[in-house]
Design a protein around this ligand. Structure first.
Ligand code: GLY
Length: 369
């Protein structure tokens, strides 16, 4: 088992990466289960696959699982869902010193984490991420949020979990497309800050995607360790370090907005395309060698992820895509910080990017490839 500490003064916690963690949930999370009743928020798919396994472990330890089911999909990250969930937690008698289990992907983790951040001014929670994306990104670091009419993740809180259990067995029940989309976030850690990890993924990516245990554990644990280091250094994204995790996200967000945040482009697919665009744009500006940008394109293609925006068959031109960026929540006093690259493993925060230059670049990309 890989155990990665997230070091935060007074609020440190562990991320454990291994197979069989859900089957041993009562043992793994024992210090956080102080009452017989255990509130569990789960998305319907995660419960269908893992509910019985979790229940068996808890019941064998004399616990009484109490389930709250959330419909899969971003629609569940709403004010209405938040109100319903907090009402349920109150009806269940959850107290500040209690812990709620969040079983599922990023939607369940974000919604449950936010509910726990405000319930009685803050109760505990344990993340049980069942998707690759949630294991390597959203379950770690304490960002919780819901969506509003104005956009995604615009209302939320930093609220760290007390424990994260990334059960590698749960990845076997993921649809392949969702697995690949989560893998984009794994690639991100190599591209942004670890050239050796990038090389390792280049050589071992197929085995990771085939869910071979040792390479899979190494990929997830290395990703989590990268995120843990960044979160420990810049928990609230104030110094610029945590912002590096947004590599590929500004371009990606514009593509997601243009495709109405639909299944046409999953979030991880948008991040993969966004990384390719960040690399190509960096090369175009002479910041990064072209051969490094081409390596980013190839590793994305090799993973079966989209690498060409022209193939998305969108009506939008470069300006329309750049206009979506104006609504990005990272806008800061009229400028939009971009994560660019000086090379593989060398991301940095650029505050000198002109959106009209981005629009011209995107027009070239829409035509050239
Ligand atoms: N998903 C980006 C972050 O946690 O900061």
């Amino acid at each position: 088992m890989a155990v990665i500490p997230v070091e935060l003064a007074g609020r440190s916690y562990e991320v454990r990466v291994e197979r069989g963690l859900l089957a041993d949930i009562a043992g793994q999370a024992a210090p956080f289960l102080r009452k017989a009743r255990v509130p569990i928020v789960a998305d319907a798919n995660a419960r269908a696959h893992w509910g019985a396994v979790v229940e068996q472990s808890l019941e064998a330890a004399g616990k009484e699982p109490r389930w709250y089911e959330v419909a899969p999909g971003e629609g569940s990250k709403s004010w209405e869902s938040l109100a319903r969930l907090t009402d349920w937690l109150l009806a269940e008698g959850v107290e500040r010193g209690d812990h709620v289990l969040a079983l599922g992907g990023g939607v369940v983790g974000d919604l449950t984490g936010f509910a726990c951040s405000i319930l009685k001014r803050g109760c505990g929670f344990v993340q049980l991420p069942t998707t690759l994306l949630a294991q390597v990104d959203s379950s770690v670091g304490g960002k919780t949020a819901i969506n509003t009419a104005a956009g995604k993740n615009l209302v939320g809180a930093f609220h760290q979990p007390s424990l994260v259990l990334a059960d590698l067995d749960s990845l076997a029940t993921l649809p392949p497309r969702e697995l690949r989309a989560g893998y984009a976030e794994v690639l991100k850690y190599g591209v942004l800050g670890n050239a050796a990890f990038f090389d390792w993924l280049d050589a071992n990516g197929e085995q990771v995607l085939a869910l071979e245990h040792a390479p899979l554990e190494q990929a997830v644990a290395t990703s989590v360790a990268a995120k843990a280091r960044i979160v420990a250094e810049d928990e609230r994204e104030t110094s610029g370090t945590r912002a590096l995790l947004n590599l590929g996200h500004t371009f990606g967000h514009a593509l997601e907005a243009e495709t109405d945040f639909s299944d046409k482009l999953l979030h991880g697919e948008a991040v993969a395309l966004g990384m390719v665009l960040a690399a190509r744009y960096s090369a175009r500006r002479g910041l990064m060698p072209l051969r490094d940008a081409e390596r980013v394109v190839r590793i994305v293609e090799k993973a079966g992820l989209p690498s060409e925006i022209a193939a998305l068959d969108m009506q939008a031109d470069g300006k329309a895509l750049a206009d979506h960026m104006l609504h990005d929540k990272k806008m800061d006093a009229g400028t939009l910080p971009f994560i660019l690259l000086r090379g593989i493993g060398e991301a940095y925060l650029a505050k000198d990017v002109d959106l009209s230059d981005i629009a011209a670049f995107l027009d070239e990309e829409l035509q050239a490839h």
